[in-house]
Design a protein around this ligand. Structure first.
Ligand SMILES: Nc1ncnc2c1ncn2[C@@H]1O[C@H](COP(=O)(O)OP(=O)(O)OP(=O)(O)O)[C@@H](O)[C@H]1O
Ligand SMILES: [Mg+2]
Length: 474
């Protein structure tokens, strides 16, 4: 009977499926027989293109290659292999062993270098070392997946001290709060934190109503939140309760609360102070019992100073405040988030991408992430669609990331642009990042929606008149 240890070793050996690439059919046959004898299931070939394909398709995780295969530059072949699958293991064989060539092959990613004629003991050791390494990587991956599960707080991934603090505070607050204010830049996960707080709260079995306060004009927002009676305004053909009544006993999440008008703020203050509402068009005052979570990416204190936000409402809302930090304040979360989104989009698109190449990871770690986690999620999602190999590489990342100067400095691209041009280019980049969502772009840019529209209109008119004058000159 096979012991469990034998079974454990046999599995990675089989999964490795070594591809043997050698021009000499007799050599291929002998090597194949020897390697099969050692418990592996090799695929022999004398065609470098076939070997590459076997690696690309994920069939072989190990290649034993004779460096002097005719019609093939050995080092270039090594580079091609690691480009198509950075996780592939390569053992180089050669009849012309020199220390320099061995070191060069290892520098280019080879796992080992075997002089010919092949010594069987040495070969077995090289293969078993690779099998052990392969097995170790598989186990690390499984552990990382487990870790990912452990580091998830109600769907929010994070292991940085700042995020662990957010989780801890949210957990404590959830049991006792009546109002909480979530602040932080766009795309940092405020809505996720709001949902988590509701899930942990004693009213988790009740409803959670979400209202995006910036998406509607005042009258519509009022009717959505407070409800209306029939005939209250043109088009009010029936009587409807609003979100506060709908979520009575549960939670209302007021997203983008910083975008509300002063008139609406007065109505919200009444809800917070007295827990009472009035449907639009009705004199009847109704008592409600809801927990309130509000979120904003604006600096409300500054808005108070400029007269855009009511001071009394601000103090009421912010008695308990949770700040969700920007992604650059928690760079150590990026690898974990990458893994999380990779898993999510592998499942969504039916793919099986194993990871990101080291250089792609470096690019992502150096990006300033103005759109925070949402931007990172968009990058991984689109890279999952584009990637054809087992790994996401630089070429699968969006243009603006690919051409970024490593180190973050944009010095090499520098041109003496006018401020107007800089603004135009910057707005276009932020719009691309926000997938043309103008509201989000305006938030990232820290300007109002109307200002953004004004700039876009001005830029459009400028490029039209430029095109016209260019046409006239031609
Ligand atoms: N820590 C995280 N773990 C997993 N997913 C996250 C995390 N943070 C954010 N996300 C994802 O990023 C996207 C943006 O998150 P969310 O909508 O909660 O941000 P937000 O702070 O409310 O942004 P905005 O201010 O623009 O409304 C969502 O798809 C969310 O699932
Ligand atoms: Mg939000």
């Amino acid at each position: 009977m096979a012991s469990s240890k034998t079974v454990e070793i046999a599995a990675p050996k089989r999964a490795l499926t070594p591809c043997i690439l050698d021009e000499d059919p007799a050599q291929l046959e002998v090597l194949s027989a020897v390697i099969t004898e050692m418990g592996y299931e090799p695929i022999p070939t004398s065609d470098p293109a076939e070997a590459l394909q076997l690696v690309k398709r994920g069939r072989c995780r190990l290649v034993l290659v004779d460096m002097h295969t005719p019609g093939m530059d050995g080092y270039e072949f090594l580079d091609q292999l690691s480009r198509s699958d950075p996780g592939v293991h390569v053992i180089v064989m050669t009849g012309e062993y020199t220390l320099e060539s061995a070191l060069e092959a290892i520098r280019r990613g080879a796992a080992d270098f075997l002089p010919k004629p092949i010594d069987q003991v040495r070969l077995r050791k090289a293969l078993d070392d690779v099998a052990a390494l392969y097995d170790q990587r598989r186990r690390v991956k499984a552990l990382e997946e487990q870790l990912l599960k452990d580091l998830e707080f109600h769907g929010i991934v994070g292991k940085s001290p700042v995020m662990l603090e957010v989780f801890d505070f949210a957990r404590k607050v959830a049991r006792h709060y009546t109002n909480v204010l979530l602040v932080g830049p766009t795309g940092t996960g405020k809505e996720l934190v709001a949902r988590a707080i509701h899930q942990i709260s004693p009213v988790s079995q009740q409803k959670l109503a979400v209202c995006n306060c910036s998406a509607m004009v005042d009258t519509l927002l009022e009717s959505q939140l407070f409800g209306h009676v029939r005939g209250a305004f043109t088009g009010a053909t029936d009587t409807r309760p609003g979100l506060f009544e709908y979520a009575n006993g549960g939670t209302v999440f007021l997203d983008e609360v910083g975008e509300t008008s002063l008139a609406m703020q007065a109505k919200l203050l009444r809800v917070i102070q007295n827990r009472e509402i009035q449907r639009v068009g009705s004199p009847e005052v109704r008592q409600i019992n809801v927990r309130l979570i509000a979120a904003t990416n604006r600096d409300l204190r500054a808005e108070v100073l400029t007269g855009h936000f009511r001071e009394d409402l601000f103090y009421r809302l912010s008695s308990i405040q949770i700040r969700v930090p920007s992604l650059t304040e928690r760079l150590e979360d990026i690898p974990l988030l990458m893994q999380f989104f990779l898993k999510k989009y592998n499942a969504a698109y039916g793919k099986n991408i194993s990871g990101l190449t080291r250089r792609a990871q470096t690019v992502l770690l150096q990006h300033p992430w103005p759109g925070n986690v949402r931007e990172l999620e968009n990058v991984i999602s689109s890279a999952c669609i584009t990637a054809t190999g087992d790994f996401i590489d630089i070429g699968d990342l969006p243009e603006q990331l690919q051409h970024r100067n490593p180190g973050g400095a944009e010095g090499d691209d520098w041109r003496p642009l006018s401020l107007d041009e800089v603004r135009k280019v910057h707005i276009q980049r932020v719009l691309e990042m926000c997938q043309d969502n103008r509201l989000r772009a305006a938030q990232v840019l820290g300007i109002g929606r109307t200002s953004l529209y004004r700039y876009l209109k001005r830029d459009k008119m400028a490029s039209r008149s430029k095109a016209r004058s260019g046409g006239a000159a031609a």
